[in-house]
Design a binder for this molecule. Structure first.
Ligand code: KIV
Length: 272
């Protein structure tokens, strides 16, 4: 089955800006491999994020911190090979851009050269602005990521909602302005109060994509394994499950096991 988007033109950062201007919501979802990226692109997704959540859902790590630059490049390459229409954004992994803007630019160039992605995503505001500026100066589009930034989980100590307090909300607004001024083409806001996300979305000209940031943003992003119900042990309030693939897959595989054991598979038509 193929459910193409009515507009089959390649999505660009410029087109995302136009979508914001005309009030058209932006749909974004993660993907990490060729086969799923192909289906997601066919289904009409605007932006595919090769998220460092691959560390959790593909590699089974507890946090996003262990995933390496080489592993992100492997996932990025697999996704871009499958994608015709969606804009492909690759997450820069923890340790590849913080602290040293020269290291940041060489990591960024490696990802762009080796994956053929359209853009990169970095977590943080003023702390990483030098790296953001250097990468942007090389002509590489950047999407920011503020609020709950999983690469800083050891500093936060919890995955709870961010920026409920005034001082943190103020810093988040300043960081969002800083990222826009630097030239970022969009920002992901993760797990922050809906009213704060609305305020930033209304003030900024660039598209704001939310995850757990309420409905008044320019678009939404979810982790593919969560929204398809492949993962079942993660149930934050913001998550809507659109399928229960865990059940479907376990049932199908169990049926196959039974058919092999009972000699039902393969039958006369399933052999040469
Ligand atoms: O890595 C990821 O999947 C993300 C989304 C949660 C926005 O950064």
């Amino acid at each position: 089955m193929s459910v193409h988007n009515e507009d089959s033109r390649k999505v660009t950062t410029h087109r995302l800006m136009e979508m914001k201007q005309r009030g058209e919501k932006i749909a974004m979802l993660t993907a990490y491999d060729y086969s799923m990226a192909k289906l997601i692109d066919q289904a009409g997704m605007d932006v595919i994020l090769v998220g460092d959540s691959a560390s959790n859902v593909m590699a089974g790590n507890v946090t996003t911190l262990p995933i390496t630059l080489d592993q992100m490049i492997y996932h990025g390459k697999s996704v871009t090979k499958a994608t015709k229409r969606a804009l492909v954004v690759v997450d820069m992994p923890f340790g590849s851009y913080q602290g040293n803007s020269m290291e940041a630019i060489s990591s960024a160039i490696r990802i762009m050269k080796e994956t053929h992605a359209d853009a990169l995503k970095l977590e943080g505001g003023s702390e990483i602005i030098e790296s953001v500026q250097r990468i942007l100066s090389a002509g590489i589009p950047i999407m920011g990521h503020l609020g709950l930034t999983p690469q800083s989980i050891n500093k936060f100590g919890t995955y709870t909602v961010r920026a409920r307090e005034e001082s943190e909300a103020k810093k988040l607004i300043e960081d969002a302005r800083l990222l826009q001024e630097a030239g970022c083409f969009g920002i992901v806001l993760e797990k922050i109060p809906a009213m704060l996300a609305q305020l930033i979305t209304e003030e900024l000209k660039i598209p704001i994509i939310g995850i757990g940031a309420g409905p008044h943003v320019d678009g939404q992003v979810l982790v593919m394994h969560d929204m398809l119900g492949i993962t079942q042990d993660f149930s934050p309030r913001f998550l809507r499950r659109y399928a229960n693939l865990q059940d479907t897959i376990v049932k199908a595989v169990n049926l196959y096991v039974k058919d092999v054991k009972s000699r039902d598979f393969p039958n006369e038509k399933e052999q040469y």
